[in-house]
Design a protein around this ligand. Structure first.
Ligand SMILES: N[C@@H](CCC(=O)N[C@@H](CS)C(=O)NCC(=O)O)C(=O)O
Length: 199
């Protein structure tokens, strides 16, 4: 399996952590999402990382699909619970954490794609409010953190680690439950420290 990646992507980190937890080895090849000639755009029409090239010649995206595939390849019921209620809870948490990252990425892309004088404060505020609401909801219902690591917890760990990296850890203010969960998760999750994003 070959993972097209970029080193700071929190969605790529989800895949790397899932593989570490499941004991799987992934070959890796960097991708430049900004380069039209990069083969990534032929592999994933959306031009995003992560994209996983399977040994059967398929290309899988996006990260929830890849995590479901890795779980299946590991025999199932490992990071994606088979029991329906637990499964819904895990994929719901994954969706919330992924949405938090999506909003943060849109904030970053405003700076990356538009000159400062054309930044749209209403748009930035709209995305920032999504991030605040998601973080407040997570503080109000922090995962238990005492069972096997799920796709939801993987996504949440990657989201909070990425907020530390890109938004100076401001999410920590007034959210002691989430901070405690994160610090315990960092110790609990194989490969977490080794996969930290670096500038
Ligand atoms: N929903 C996607 C999001 C992936 C994503 O946004 N990746 C970013 C890097 S962190 C990307 O490739 N951006 C390039 C682009 O949007 O063109 C997933 O879960 O994999």
């Amino acid at each position: 399996m070959l993972l097209r990646f970029s080193p700071t992507s929190p969605f790529v980190r989800k895949v790397r952590l899932a593989a570490a937890i499941l004991g799987q080895t992934l070959d890796i090849e960097p991708a430049d999402t900004q380069d039209p000639s990069d083969s990534l755009r032929r592999q994933n029409p959306l031009g995003k990382v992560p994209a996983l090239l399977t040994d059967d010649g398929e290309v899988l995206f996006d990260s929830p699909v890849i995590l479901a595939y890795l779980d299946h390849m590991a025999g199932g019921d490992r990071i994606l619970p088979a029991e329906p209620r637990a499964r819904i809870a895990a994929v719901r948490l994954e969706a919330l954490a992924d949405g938090l990252m999506d909003a943060g990425i849109l904030v970053l892309y405003e700076a990356r794609f538009r000159p400062a004088e054309r930044h749209e404060p209403k748009w930035l505020d709209y995305q920032a409010q999504k991030m605040t609401r998601a973080l407040d909801a997570l503080e109000a219902a922090t995962p238990m953190g005492d069972g096997p690591i799920t796709v939801g917890e993987i996504a949440l760990g990657c989201a909070l680690g990425w907020l530390d990296f890109r938004f100076e850890g401001k999410w920590r203010e007034g959210r002691p439950g989430l901070v405690a969960w994160y610090e315990a998760f960092a110790l609990r999750c194989p490969g977490f420290e080794a996969s930290k994003p670096v500038a």
